[in-house]
Design a protein around this ligand. Structure first.
Ligand code: PGA
Length: 215
């Protein structure tokens, strides 16, 4: 949170991509009181196909876990809308919004299966922003976030746009992430664990707690 606050002082109008889920929650809780995002632009990383207002929707989690805690508000918050008639067109719209100016900083959680956003195992490094079928473990995770029913699909910023971000911070916490973090750092780079692509990124940093970094 401190490092993020310093980054925002250096570049108040930063274009940020932010994740939701369990991992970033404590970071947001601390960052909210030390950070100034008033001139920043925020892009949500992904979204589940769930009804508007569902507690597991990424826009709802972002509002509750971060935006509601800030005293100011980012200049703009962009998100992917799964309820539009043409979700593929919605993904293309998002891809151009992100590409038009790029991303200065992207924060990510690490999926238990190695996904980044909803770039599930099998995603190539040049995957565009798109509609994705969810891995069973990802659909289950939505249940843990409070979804009334498991979503089947979602929309995600593509692997390509993530890797184009000037800087990437991968947040990893908890002993249940120890194995996937070990594979992310030491396993073969490739689509089986999309997070391994970050090893080819020129400015990616892993922030792990002791439990996750145990190996
Ligand atoms: P989590 O999810 O932070 O809730 O563990 C991470 C992810 O699936 O990207």
């Amino acid at each position: 949170a401190q490092r993020w606050s310093i980054a925002m002082q250096r570049n108040p109008a930063a274009r940020l991509c932010l994740p939701t889920g369990e991992t970033p929650r404590p970071v947001y809780a601390i960052a909210a009181s030390v950070i100034d995002l008033d001139a920043a632009t925020v892009f949500l990383l992904d979204e589940f196909d769930l009804p508007a207002g569902s507690p597991a929707r990424c826009d709802v989690m972002m509002q509750r876990d971060f935006l509601d805690l800030l005293t100011g508000q980012p200049k703009v918050v962009h998100s992917l809308d799964p309820s539009v008639p043409d979700p593929d067109a919605e993904c293309r719209r998002y891809e151009s919004l992100v590409a038009d100016g790029g991303l200065d900083l992207t924060l990510l959680g690490l999926g238990g299966n190695g996904h980044l956003g909803l770039n599930e195992p099998g995603s190539p490094a040049d995957a565009p922003t798109r509609v994705t079928r969810l891995a069973p473990s990802t659909a289950e995770a939505a249940g843990r976030y409070g979804a009334e029913a498991e979503p089947n699909w979602g929309m995600t910023l593509g692997m390509h746009a993530i890797l184009e971000s000037d800087e990437v911070w991968l947040l990893v916490s908890g002993s249940h992430k120890v194995e996937i973090l070990e594979r992310t750092l030491n396993g073969p780079i490739g689509p089986d664990v999309p997070a391994t692509y970050l090893r080819d990124h020129p400015n990616a940093t892993v922030f792990a707690d002791r439990a996750a970094a145990g190996r």
